[in-house]
Design a protein around this ligand. Sequence first.
Ligand SMILES: [Zn+2]
Length: 229
Amino acid sequence: MVSDDTAPQYPRSALITIDVQRDFLDGQPFEIRGTSAAVPAMGRLVRFFRLKARPIVHMVRLYRADGSNVEPCRRHMVEQGAQLVLLGSVGSQLAAPLLTTPETTLDAEFYGGKEVGPVSRLAIGRDNERGALVLHCSRTWNVLGIARHAGIKEAKRRAERIYPGLSAKWLKTGVSKRQAKAYLDKALKGVECSFCGKRPDQIDQMVSTGNARICNVCVRDIAAMMSIE
Ligand SMILES: [Zn+2]
């Protein structure tokens, strides 16, 4: 049950998924019953967090074929040839509803039995008037992680700490505010707040029913108006 104390506070939340990999789905070698039924709801939550540029952490299990990093209770199965979330296998990939595009795969830098390593590409962008985002990307610019900072300067300072020497290498894209706005208006057309017309990236929360959507600011304003009347 959700009370005021436990209700999600999206502006301050991060989403963590654990082992939502294809081998755990119904009918797969590592089937955990009920996973397939729950995955569409997880996908909706992931899309919402992505839209709001909130952090999403996918924790995955990746077994080596020789069984050397498998928990003792399952090691014999893998040693005997069971194909369970093997490094680099299709079954080790995230379940489809969690992906940004159907082609998205775990980045090679994120496995191989090593710690999460540095990413191939980084981008910094302004997040409306609310600060700056650092996008951690793969070689093909798939976004693997997003960090929010107070401003561009702070974002560069933090990136320099992780990647020493990076400060001299940033390139300007030459995209103007007007071009960015035109792109967002087009990309998010049809999902604006039905009352004030704001895009989802301009507000904190949006509730939708059928074809109508309302943002958290309009909900508050309307509730205030109704309590006055
Ligand atoms: Zn609104």
